[in-house]
Design a protein around this ligand. Structure first.
Ligand SMILES: C[S@@+](CC[C@H](N)C(=O)[O-])C[C@H]1O[C@@H](n2cnc3c(N)ncnc32)[C@H](O)[C@@H]1O
Length: 265
């Protein structure tokens, strides 16, 4: 890792190097969910992708949307991706994926027909700087788009109560901009994009295939609640055991909400 790569990695600083393979696996599993695929198809439709369109994903991770994008732009189009973590980029199968910071994109102005991100802006900011960089590298008349979560609208279906609320608050509080999904269309308009359009995403995750990952996500936030000392540890663990029990009995559900939005530069 060179100095610049180390600097951007340190700046984001949430994922230790040894956890990157796990994160790549998690991202790969999420990208296989039917609802996620469907909303990304809607996003790519909105970006008006045509044969040979040059497309950039900012915060591409292991570049999981590449194969789907190829269906739109064909085999010879330039598809590029950048991500702050070398460990994720190294797992990408496309050649034009490199390490860079979305806040300083290493491309000439107006290089791409479309630029998008997926689940980036909840993690990192300043949002305006990232969007401005995306706009700079998009040609006039090209498109910018994003799929982003709206974490405060997520719902863990359980018997509710204060621990459930605390876990949900931990999820919201531990993101840079937890509700950027729903905020983004207005921001894109304010930043001068035209024809801004948004499509809501809502998925209720219930089945056994989806639950392990979701349970891990909940577990991470349970640990944050435990760290606050706000509730007796045994009550928090009992709440989590009840959630696992529900999952085992096929009664687990998490409703995830987000928004895909796009507009013309
Ligand atoms: C939730 S993941 C989504 C990955 C990918 N977009 C996908 O849909 O599978 C967020 C990604 O943003 C990347 N990221 C975070 N801060 C970044 C920055 N400043 N510049 C570029 N990428 C960044 C992370 O390394 C991570 O791969």
């Amino acid at each position: 890792m060179n100095k610049e790569m180390q600097r951007v990695a340190d700046e984001w600083g949430v994922v230790p190097e040894e956890d990157l393979p796990g994160l790549a696996h998690e991202l790969r599993e999420v990208a296989r969910l039917p609802g996620m695929r469907a909303i990304h198809h809607q996003l790519f439709d909105g970006l008006n992708l045509h044969l040979d369109a040059a497309v950039l994903e900012v915060g591409c991770g292991p570049w999981l949307w590449g194969p789907m994008l190829r269906q739109y732009v064909g085999p010879t189009a330039l598809l590029a991706g950048i991500d702050v973590y070398y460990g994720l980029v190294a797992a990408a199968t496309e050649p034009n994926v490199c390490v860079a910071d979305g806040r300083r994109l290493p491309f000439h102005p107006r290089s791409f027909d479309a630029v998008f991100c997926s689940r980036l802006l909840t993690h990192v900011g300043p949002t305006e700087v990232l969007i401005d960089e995306m706009m700079q590298v998009t040609r006039r008349g090209g498109m910018i788009g994003a799929f982003e979560w709206t974490f405060s609208q997520w719902e863990i279906e359980d018997d509710n109560g204060p621990i459930s609320d605390a876990v949900h608050h931990a999820l919201v509080d531990n993101h840079y901009r937890p509700d950027i999904g729903v905020e983004l269309p207005d921001l894109l308009r304010e930043m001068g994009l035209s024809g801004v359009t948004a499509i809501p995403y809502l998925e209720r995750i219930t089945d056994a295939y989806d639950s392990p990952l979701t349970l891990e996500l909940i577990r991470r936030h349970v640990d944050l609640v435990l760290a606050t000392g706000e509730f007796p540890a045994e009550d928090v663990e009992a709440w989590y055991s009840a959630i696992r029990q529900r999952a085992e009995e096929g009664r687990f559900a998490l409703t995830r909400t987000g928004l895909a939005s796009w507009g013309k530069v």
